[in-house]
Design a protein around this ligand. Structure first.
Ligand SMILES: C[S@@+](CC[C@H](N)C(=O)[O-])C[C@H]1O[C@@H](n2cnc3c(N)ncnc32)[C@H](O)[C@@H]1O
Length: 366
């Protein structure tokens, strides 16, 4: 085919280069050292300034588009095309075979890509509601919320970075159905993944308000794990940025549902004991009940730290409330496991139900 252009690993054409996902892709290419060239059909595109080189192409419905693209491929030695625009993607998918058989679309259909997460979440939410945990507790569970609400919760959680597995989320959902009314307290929130899940559950099941307690300081990330791998990874984290990310993730819930104390859990427990209200610049003021329906302990995992968290907060947990000890099974240390086992032994007479799921220990108190 005379017009066909055989290309090797030339630059990737990003078209149209100004869409947010195009700019995300540009950043990724920069990180990975992939050569790129940007393009759009606008007379002037402000995004052009971000690209090492740039060209203008006609709109795809204009007569000269195919010829201009072919020429650009030839002139710049373009090896692949990225487009986040579904209409352009479909058009290129149809014409590239003739125009330049060796030039491929580097991304899958944008619609398929965008929908994949939502479709997987719908399957997960149906699965979750179809198989509720058979918890041996005296309380009749609240009726489950609508499947679309569970799907929304899961999808939202997926957009937040952090450490909360799907299995743990599933268990949290069932715990939320089987708890009493009261505050939800989280020790250790970082970017806010489990906090978002807890806030959603608090709202959907009308449990109470969420209080997150975290010093957001690099010094408090040090766990002294046996091989030092956790501490090495933690040293690369930016605590100030983590708090900003937490606020960005949680602020949509508002002060009527969420607030935080930026301090170690022991100091947080004193504040919680002495005053039932919390104020932060970002959220404003939130009132709490002073009795806990769900206590999620996910702070520093060193044995002494977990013991201290348990000792400081257990007295506030209401009868019929839950304590969740994260990373009870954890490859990097046994702090939560030892502290959890000691709690099981010490509080045997007060524990109605205990199980491990998603690595966390879930305990319901009488
Ligand atoms: C594993 S991360 C929490 C992960 C989070 N729950 C999530 O869903 O992604 C542990 C957190 O514990 C916090 N932390 C460390 N020491 C603490 C303490 N004494 N009191 C409260 N939080 C603490 C750290 O700042 C960090 O944010």
């Amino acid at each position: 085919m005379a017009d066909a252009i055989g290309l090797g690993a030339g630059p990737v054409l990003i078209f149209p280069g100004g869409m947010p996902r195009a700019l995300d892709y540009l950043r990724r290419c920069r990180r990975e050292g992939v050569a790129v060239i940007g393009a759009s059909s606008l007379a002037y595109d402000i995004a052009s300034e971000q690209y090492p080189s740039w060209l203008r192409l006609p709109y795809i419905h204009e007569a000269g588009f195919n010829a201009a693209l072919r020429q650009a491929i030839r002139d710049y030695g373009i090896g692949g095309i990225y487009t986040p625009n579904p209409v352009i993607w479909n058009h290129l998918q149809g014409v590239l075979g003739n125009l330049a058989p060796d030039v491929t679309l580097v991304n899958a259909s944008p619609v398929e890509e965008l929908m994949a997460g939502y479709r997987a979440t719908r399957i997960d939410s149906r699965e979750m509601l179809a198989h509720p945990l058979a918890l041996a507790v005296s309380r009749t569970p609240q009726p489950a919320i609508a499947e679309i609400a569970v799907a929304a919760l899961l999808r939202h959680a997926e957009t937040v970075p952090g450490m909360c597995s799907h299995e743990k989320t599933r268990a949290l959902h069932d715990v939320a159905r089987h708890t009493v009314a009261g505050d939800i307290v989280e020790i250790g929130s970082w970017w806010g993944k489990s906090a978002c899940i807890l806030a959603d559950l608090a709202r959907l099941y009308g449990i109470g308000r969420l209080l997150c307690v975290d010093p957001w300081s690099n010094a408090h990330l040090v766990q002294h794990d046996e091989h030092g791998l956790v501490d090495k990874g933690s040293a690369l984290m930016d605590a100030e940025e983590a708090l900003t990310v937490f606020e960005m993730n949680l602020l949509p819930f508002g002060a009527n549902l969420v607030n935080y104390l930026r301090m170690p859990s022991i100091d947080g427990a004193k504040h919680y004991r002495d005053q039932h209200s919390v104020t932060s610049a970002a959220f404003g003021t939130t009132s709490y009940e002073g009795r806990i329906a769900i206590l999620h302990i996910d702070g520093n995992h060193a044995y002494a730290a977990v013991k201290a968290d348990i000792a400081a907060w257990t007295a506030f947990v209401a009868d019929g409330g839950w304590i969740i000890l994260d990373d009870y099974t954890w490859p990097f240390g046994d702090g939560p496991h030892r502290a959890g086992d000691e709690f099981l032994a010490e509080y045997r007479g007060r524990i109605e139900c205990a199980f491990v799921m998603g690595g966390a220990l879930f305990l319901r108190l009488y």
